[in-house]
Design a protein around this ligand. Structure first.
Ligand SMILES: [Fe+2]
Ligand SMILES: [Fe+2]
Length: 269
């Protein structure tokens, strides 16, 4: 788990409190099966993420370009990067010719995860991210085709769009793994973190957050049909379902909280 505290201070005191309450509620729910079943693969992916010099270099490079205040910062990118490489590792078992290439593919998948949202908050952020990734990675000790795989994966990561084909097999695997890892964030992460930063960033009042909350919870369910790897299709819907159950519980809490909050505010007027 990543530490929130480094950037949660950018939240208003109200949304900081509600985010922490959401995390307290979420802690009572089961951990999605993906994270229970593949602990060994996940920890191998973490090891690559926190030790490989290329990944560390990209991490430092992108840190100032990521939008922590919008809920799509280093914490989001780190989770996407580690899950991307975990999915690559799990999917790679299907390929007989993978030996000797696997760690390299995991490193590239993590680099794609770190870079995928550097233009979040702008129009066509996936396309822009893909083109910036090419420029950023040009001086790196990477083959042209490896840069192409990373860039293609980033260009395809947006939800509810038709992806362009990437060079097979590794470019396609990277693209599909990055997409699924990014959409795994539509599970518990969405309600325990992202949503609070997004509403805070857009200065959306609590009343409006509560009004739109059920719509948001149901809207998320649509992503379940879009997973692209077989691991994603098998485990993604469970991650989303756990998130939605957490979301419903948070919604019940918010309704109660809002009654007291409104009474206090009205009596102070
Ligand atoms: Fe994105
Ligand atoms: Fe993302």
């Amino acid at each position: 788990m990543q530490d929130n505290h480094s950037f949660s201070s950018s939240l208003s005191p109200l949304y900081q409190k509600l985010m922490l309450e959401s995390q307290r509620i979420a802690a009572k729910f089961k951990v999605p099966a993906f994270y229970r079943q593949f602990k060994a693969q996940y920890s191998l992916s973490r090891k690559v993420f926190f030790n490989h010099p290329l990944v560390l270099y990209v991490k430092n490079l992108v840190r100032p370009r990521l939008m922590d205040s919008f809920g799509h910062g280093l914490d989001h990118s780190t989770k996407v990067a580690i899950d991307t490489a975990t999915i690559i590792l799990l999917e790679a078992e299907k390929y007989a010719n993978i030996r000797g290439k696997l760690e390299r593919l995991m490193v590239l998948g993590e680099i794609a995860g770190l870079l995928h949202d550097i233009h979040r908050g702008e129009e066509n952020h996936a396309e822009k991210g893909a083109s910036s990734a090419k420029k950023i990675l040009k001086p790196f000790p990477l083959e042209n085709r490896e840069i192409e795989w990373v860039s293609c994966a980033i260009s395809n990561h947006e939800a509810f769009t038709v992806p362009s084909p990437c060079p097979i097999p590794w470019g396609q695997l990277m693209s599909d793994a990055l997409y699924d890892a990014d959409k795994f964030r539509w599970g518990p992460d969405n309600f325990t973190k992202t949503v609070w930063f997004m509403v805070n960033y857009r200065s959306i009042p609590l009343e409006e957050v509560i009004e739109k909350f059920p719509w948001g919870v149901n809207g998320i369910l649509k992503i379940k049909e879009t997973f692209r790897t077989s691991i994603g299709r098998q485990f993604g819907p469970d991650i989303v379902d756990v998130g939605v159950e957490i979301g419903k519980e948070i919604y019940r809490y918010l309704l109660e909280f809002y009654k007291d909050y409104k009474e206090t505010n009205d009596s102070e007027k």
